[in-house]
Design a protein around this ligand. Structure first.
Ligand code: 6PG
Length: 266
């Protein structure tokens, strides 16, 4: 078993709804802590289906009035190379679940723009926007207060796929990606930018993800490392927020975690 890293925690929730509720609660608590200590909260959002339930909670009646949106800035960890009103757009998904529900200042919303000529142009534009917002010098990476990530069945995170060259891009914070199995290009934060985050929450739901999760935490075999296994966040904290389907192949004892923790809604 590859031991869980000291700065990582695993919480297993009884179902997807509880995962979304507790994740929304943890994001709220972290936003309040960061706004209290540094006056703002910079959050990079994940695409895909899993986090949509979290965004819906955040934009719902229980939470939207609790967030101090004036002090919160929303970014995207990756984007599909489609128009922002396309059903596949991560911006479109977040807009439906959250942006149209909560009163978030427009200047606090920082989408990855996809109207440029190429995905590479879009990646450069986003890099410039991050450099300006975070006041970065050449070679520096943005330090998000929190990056939300999903994980594919193949262990990809953001748009960093196994065997894709975007996974090894190191000299910049944003890159274009053209994963061979996808029919559209992507724009994504790079691994160094992701690993520079103060907090990372990896949301994984469903039995179809359990093999990848088992490989991350319990397999001895060397095998090629999955992209998600490259999440180290040496200066930060990584929370694996799983439902029981995703955790189905984990031996709770081996990981020294309860099937799901009390605060996770037993
Ligand atoms: C995207 C995401 C991607 C996603 C995984 C898991 O743009 O699709 O950034 O990394 O998180 O593919 O997706 P699901 O949550 O839909 O399984």
């Amino acid at each position: 078993m590859s031991p869980i890293r000291a700065n990582h925690q695993i919480i297993v929730f009884k179902n997807y709804e509880e995962l979304c509720r507790q994740t929304a609660q943890q994001i709220l608590a972290l936003s309040q802590e960061k706004i209290e200590t540094k006056g703002s909260f910079n959050l990079a959002l994940s695409g895909g289906v899993t986090p949509k339930g979290v965004y819906t909670m955040m934009g719902g009646p229980s939470y939207r009035g609790e967030f101090n949106w004036e002090k919160i800035h929303l970014f995207w960890g990756d984007e599909r190379w489609v128009p922002s009103d396309h059903p596949l757009s991560n911006y479109h998904m977040v807009a439906e679940a959250l942006l149209t529900k909560a009163d978030i200042p427009i200047e606090n919303i920082h989408p990855i723009r996809t109207q440029e000529k190429t995905a590479e142009d879009s990646a450069s534009l986003y890099e410039k926007e991050l450099n300006s917002f975070f006041g970065l010098k050449a070679g520096e990476f943005p330090e998000f207060d929190l990056i939300l990530l999903g994980m594919g069945r193949d262990g990809h995170i953001a748009s960093l796929f196994p065997n894709d060259k975007a996974l090894s891009v190191s000299g910049k914070g944003v890159t274009a990606a053209r994963p061979r199995d996808l029919d559209q290009a992507r724009v994504t934060l790079t691994l160094p930018a992701i690993n520079h985050s103060d907090n990372i929450m990896i949301l994984v739901s469903g039995r179809e993800k359990s093999e990848a999760i088992q490989k991350v935490f319990q397999e001895h075999e060397a095998g090629p490392e999955l992209p998600v296994q490259k999440i180290l966040a040496p200066h930060g904290k990584v929370s694996w927020l799983l439902d029981q389907g995703a955790a189905a192949l984990l031996d709770g004892e081996a990981l020294h975690v309860k099937p799901f923790s009390e605060e996770a809604g037993s």
